[in-house]
Write a protein of this length. Structure first.
Lengths: 349, 363
């Protein structure tokens, strides 16, 4: 594997994004904004879950570290409760913790698996936490009880999860995608093989629950509609490629207002796209390290992304002594995230 | 009309931006497909449907779409199984009839692809030349929406978790890197094998016969029924089959063909059991089997994948798709146990001792 960025140091922040203060000391594995306020939570491979308050006045944005908790092992995923008071986090310690941080409470363990928990999500309509793990199961938890409400066996290890009630899509290893109707959570609604040819990396459900996006390691995103009558609208597109180098799409996030979406990849770039007009709205400059995760805040005015090593080139490119881990905040302009009408004829290339 | 008789490489891969104007031959392997649309006119339209976008998202191939809309509400690329379904036809007027045909097409696509192993191999070879992602520890399927030809996915986080576990246990970075390199090289060998002519034939029958692919294709036509059938299908038997699968015979066949190549890749996926990882991943079965014993949840599940393919008929399929079945669940199996999976023994090969228990209840 060629080493990344050894030729020139490279600019970690070519987009002039705002840097979040006191970032984690190891790579960031997930980012999530509170649904109610501008609180950002980041989980990291340094076993910590950190929370910052993001203050914004006009174009000036500041970040203040607020609180943090520890796990015993790297933390892989995080989710806020819908009331913005509590954060759930899960990771390699095979547990998920519930942290009522707004009230200053202590975290408590609310979920357990037999293998690391890769993804979790809070489902307000069911008042349940769902966790997906590498032990090939997905479990639903009522946080007041120690045992899972339901255990769902998956075809393989859980790699990606997205929930937009009542739609839930789970991406697993070996290209399985399992769709659930949460009104009937014990039954798989549909199980399909990914429209992409390689490992599934991330999924994101459409805000209107008509389908979902799937991103893979091959620099490609698939747009998939659930309804048979809309299968003609399915397509895939290439992204995050640089010449012959094909990077993975690490993160897919829909803009909460405009319903366009952002992709972030191992090439260190993030882009904004409109699936309805099939256009790329904006391509941002490449950062010097991969972007493993990203998130929009509740109104889409802030896009947070992390620039740090995602292991896409193995252990040999991991240098903890000199590794820099950043979390940046980008303020999307309307032109970048607002959907555009379909472009007219532009002639052949 | 295409001028030259050569097959268009882009079209074979799924989509060609030149469409009708392409000077190479746009022929689909699916000759029977044209009947869906009732008549020979359809075969000509195949070329129109290719809304490929080699330059990526955002390029508006409008001239293509103009020409194609003349054909009316054409359900576009559904019938092209390995096509990049990049199309401009979203505003399709009536989704009633066409959609039924589309789903049929897609059903057919996922059902009887790979009738021509040579074209499939070509797809694979082209994919590997043009579309090799940087991350190599991945599964691969040469047809979208069809099951994998190569399984044994390892994600970034799994590899990293394994490395962190190893480091915690005191392993040096060098040995961690070594382990990862071994995983990588074994996976690369798998990919290379897929490109070879003899290797593709089994996998080409894979989508046809795998029960899983059958169900997945049905998913497109009627998800209502399928949901329930899927639910009762794979998960239940697999859950019960854990014990049996450990000693299923087909896995033994694989072990002879591919040795322990995939052991490391599976090992790495389970970070909780790094203890045995420093043993050379390519070491003989016993140590790897020992490792797998400790991962009781996971090792049977690896065989689960095996179960899918073993339901199909050809043993060779199993070889192709489920190399992970080298999981030797029993520690006491030592030496070359492939002899037990052979159907026919040549003179001089007949073993003198009784077969290990693993083979006794097989088939």
């Amino acid at each position: 594997m060629s080493t990344f960025g050894t030729a020139t140091p490279g600019n970690p922040n070519p987009n002039n994004s705002i840097e979040v203060a006191q970032p984690p000391s190891d790579s960031v594995s997930s980012l999530s904004f509170s649904p109610k306020a501008n609180y950002l939570v980041a989980t990291s491979w340094d076993n910590q879950v950190r929370c910052w308050e993001i203050m914004r006045s006009g174009n000036a944005v500041g970040s203040t570290p607020k609180a943090s908790i520890s796990h015993d092992h790297p933390v892989l995923c995080s989710a806020w409760k819908d009331d913005g008071t509590t954060v759930f986090s899960g990771g390699c310690d095979k547990q998920a913790k519930m942290w009522p941080l707004l009230s200053g409470g202590q975290p408590m363990t609310v979920a357990m698996h037999d293998a690391p928990i890769k993804e979790l999500a809070w489902i307000p309509e069911m008042n349940l936490l769902v966790t997906g793990s590498w032990d090939k199961t997905m479990k639903y938890w009522d946080t007041r009880q120690p045992n899972a409400v339901h255990t769902q066996v998956l075809p393989d290890r859980c790699y990606a999860l997205t929930v937009r009630y009542p739609l839930m899509v789970v991406g697993t290893a070996d290209r399985s995608l399992v769709v659930f109707n949460l009104q009937n959570p014990q039954t798989e609604f549909k199980r399909i093989t990914s429209p992409l040819k390689y490992q599934t990396r991330c999924v994101a459900a459409f805000p209107d629950q008509q389908g979902f996006l799937v991103g893979s390691i091959e620099g490609r995103v698939g747009v998939h509609h659930l309804d048979d009558s809309q299968q003609s609208k399915n397509f895939t597109f290439k992204c995050h490629r640089d010449g012959t180098e094909i990077y993975s799409v690490n993160s897919l996030n829909f803009h909460p207002v405009h319903h366009t979406f952002a992709t972030a990849g191992s090439d260190g770039a993030f882009n904004f796209w409109d699936k309805d007009s099939k256009q790329r709205l904006k391509a941002m400059s490449r950062c010097s390290q991969p972007i493993p995760c990203s998130a929009f805040n509740n109104d889409g005015s802030i896009f947070a992304y992390s620039v740090c090593y995602d292991w896409s080139k193995g252990a040999e490119n991991h240098n903890p002594a000199s590794a820099k881990n950043y979390i940046f905040l980008h303020l999307p302009q309307e032109s970048e995230v607002k959907g555009k009408p379909r472009v007219g004829t532009s002639g052949r290339k | 009309m295409p001028i030259k008789k050569e097959l268009c490489k882009n079209y074979q891969r799924g989509s060609c931006q030149y469409g009708q104007r392409c000077k190479f031959l746009h022929v689909t392997q699916q000759q029977p497909k044209s009947n869906i649309f009732g008549g020979g006119a359809q075969s000509g339209s195949y070329g129109q449907q290719q809304k490929s976008n080699p330059y990526g998202f955002g390029v508006q191939n409008s001239s293509q779409s103009k020409g194609s809309t003349d054909y009316g509400s054409k359900p576009n690329n559904q019938f092209k199984p390995f096509e990049n379904k990049w199309t401009r036809f979203s505003p399709i007027p009536n989704t009633g009839a066409p959609s039924a045909r589309q789903s049929e097409n897609q059903t057919q696509a996922t059902n009887h692809k790979c009738t021509d192993p040579e074209s499939c191999r070509r797809i694979v070879v082209e994919d590997f030349e043009n579309e090799r992602p940087l991350w190599k520890l991945t599964c691969y399927g040469h047809l979208k929406n069809a099951p994998c030809d190569i399984i044994g996915d390892i994600s970034y986080e799994e590899l990293r978790a394994a490395a962190y576990d190893d480091a915690k246990r005191g392993l040096s970075l060098q040995s961690i890197v070594e382990r990862e390199r071994n995983l990588l090289s074994s996976k690369l060998v798998e990919f290379e094998n897929l490109c070879k002519p003899h290797a593709v034939a089994p996998s080409s029958t894979l989508p046809n016969q795998k029960p899983f692919s059958g169900t997945s294709s049905n998913a497109f036509s009627s998800f209502g029924q399928l949901g329930s059938s899927l639910n009762m299908g794979p998960p239940a038997p697999l859950n019960n089959g854990f014990g049996q699968l450990n000693s299923s015979a087909p896995s033994r066949q694989i072990s002879s063909a591919f040795g322990t190549k995939n052991m490391p890749s599976e090992n790495a996926g389970f970070s909780s059991n790094g203890a045995l990882r420093e043993s050379n991943p390519f070491s003989p079965s016993p140590s790897s089997a020992q490792f797998l014993r400790t991962t009781n949840n996971q090792s049977p599940i690896l065989s689960m994948g095996l179960d899918y393919t073993s339901n199909a008929n050809a043993p060779a399929q199993v070889a192709m798709g489920v190399q992970l079945a080298t999981n030797m669940q029993k520690e006491d199996i030592s030496g070359d146990v492939s002899i037990w999976s052979k159907n026919k023994w040549n003179p001089g090969e007949v073993p003198e001792e009784a077969p290990p228990d693993a083979f006794v209840d097989a088939v």
